[in-house]
Design a protein around this ligand. Sequence first.
Ligand SMILES: C[S@@+](CC[C@H](N)C(=O)[O-])C[C@H]1O[C@@H](n2cnc3c(N)ncnc32)[C@H](O)[C@@H]1O
Ligand SMILES: *[C@@H]1O[C@H](CO)[C@@H](O)[C@H](O)[C@H]1NC(C)=O
Length: 204
Amino acid sequence: MNRVNMDSEQNISEDARSKGKLGLILVGVSGALVAGLYAIATPFVLPALRKVCLPYVPATTKQIENVMKAIRGRKGNLIDIGSGDGRIVLAAAQNGFKSVGVELNPWLVWYSRIMARNLKLSKQAQFYRQDLWKMNTSEFDNVVIFGVSQMMSDLEDKLSKELHPHSRIVACRFPFPTWNAVDIIGEGVDTVWIYDYKCDQHRK
Ligand SMILES: C[S@@+](CC[C@H](N)C(=O)[O-])C[C@H]1O[C@@H](n2cnc3c(N)ncnc32)[C@H](O)[C@@H]1O
Ligand SMILES: *[C@@H]1O[C@H](CO)[C@@H](O)[C@H](O)[C@H]1NC(C)=O
């Protein structure tokens, strides 16, 4: 398994680490709730109203770990576009990132805010009900997306127009079609691709 920014590992304090573990445990405990969330989330996925159907499929524990490795040592803030039940945003907040989740489904936004409050992360982890296609991501240093393959080309175009030269994009499960990943972490459904946005590399 690849490791990113090994040398900056010490940047993460022991405190953040232990909080991270606690968070993962809590996300695990809430697994039963996920079944309930599926039930209320599914009716909101109305393909006719969307560019593509992007269903609620929560990241696995392994996938969250891979995303955390992908942003290890990075500075600044983070956004998860299509944040689901908020698990990636909360894990990033536990690792010291000022984090934002945007999510179309109001129930999932509501659930994420409750989880943030339970974990005492309401300041570091914020959730908004917003369409990711209408969200301007330009102010974010780290952008996470767990999408579906059919949307990645459109998303590549969109992010190319707005991100700044030092942004890092982390794609879960499905890679972008034309960008070159600087690193790939994990395998199978938990694979994450890392793209470092450089002025000359991605602009079309
Ligand atoms: C595959 S899930 C990933 C959830 C979360 N990022 C994770 O990894 O656990 C995608 C999420 O995007 C949400 N979504 C779908 N279309 C969206 C849109 N246009 N704007 C914002 N969120 C959207 C879905 O409701 C779903 O919760
Ligand atoms: C996004 O916001 C930035 C900074 O405010 C702005 O320069 C840019 O034009 C915006 N992009 C789009 C596509 O709205």
